[in-house]
Design a protein around this ligand. Structure first.
Ligand code: AMP
Length: 238
């Protein structure tokens, strides 16, 4: 039997702190396709002080959404690269109905079929703790949580000993804005994708391993090797 993804475009959807990044990275490794996080790309642009970074910085730090035209351009440019030809994972995009329509058009133009949307549902109190407790290693990128999965030594990475950092928008005020932006602008996408039959609900309150098991089961299709396969990303199993 061969394992392949059910769709070329996977969207990880949910409120800030739902675990989209963790789960998207795991699926990207499992299937060898790119993990595209618009948040990571924008943060990199801010660090490098590119025109994009300068345009996005103030809104990101206050927890507001960056304008649709800017973010859609960033996502489209990334999806156009050759490593996305067999599929890709979107984490944090789309975040508005305008961005979702833009993506629909793009996927149609590229003949990629409909996306599959994984919606990670998480209780709002858990979200606040996940965001407030989040620390990242600036060297290896490992993510800790001071409440749920703290490092062995306070604020220092277990893997390489680097002092952990807090994202600029993981402070109380910005977290409030990010959750408000999610409710006002992003949550309507639940209905947008549900009405199209593309949304799969996952209970994101469980451990990352349990959530990961459910996510992998939802996005994977097993195929008999004796049948011809049209396209898509494949992973052989024993
Ligand atoms: P994230 O890492 O996904 O939480 O994104 C961090 C910040 O980047 C967000 O709070 C927004 O300011 C900005 N951002 C990332 N993705 C988008 C998007 N699809 N639309 C608008 N703003 C975005």
């Amino acid at each position: 039997m061969t394992k392949r993804l059910k769709a070329q475009a996977l969207i990880f959807f949910g409120p800030p702190g739902a675990g989209k990044g963790t789960q998207a990275r795991a699926v990207a490794v499992e299937f060898g396709i790119p993990h595209i996080s618009t948040g990571d790309m924008l943060r990199e642009a801010v660090r490098a002080q590119t025109p994009l970074g300068l345009a996005a910085r103030a809104r990101m730090e206050s927890g507001e959404l960056v304008a649709d035209e800017i973010v859609s351009g960033v996502a489209a440019e990334r999806i156009a690269r050759p490593d996305c030809k067999d599929g890709f994972i979107l984490d944090g995009f789309p975040r508005t109905v305008g961005q979702a329509r833009f993506l629909d058009e793009l996927l149609k133009e590229q003949g990629r079929g409909q996306p599959l949307v994984i919606y990670l549902r998480v209780d709002s109190e858990v979200l606040a703790q996940r965001l407030g407790g989040r620390r990242t290693c600036p060297i290896c990128g490992h993510v800790y949580n001071m409440y749920f999965s703290p490092p062995l030594r306070d604020e220092v990475c277990d893997i390489d000993g680097a002092p952990l950092v807090r994202r600029a928008d993981d402070n109380e005020e910005a977290i409030r804005h990010r959750l408000a932006s999610y409710c006002a602008m992003t949550r309507p996408l639940i209905d947008y994708y549900r009405e199209r039959g593309l949304l799969y609900d996952v209970d994101g309150d469980r451990t990352p391993e349990e959530v990961g098991g459910n996510v992998i089961a939802l996005v994977t299709q097993e195929e008999d090797d004796r049948l011809p396969v049209q396209s898509g990303n494949r992973k052989a199993t024993s």
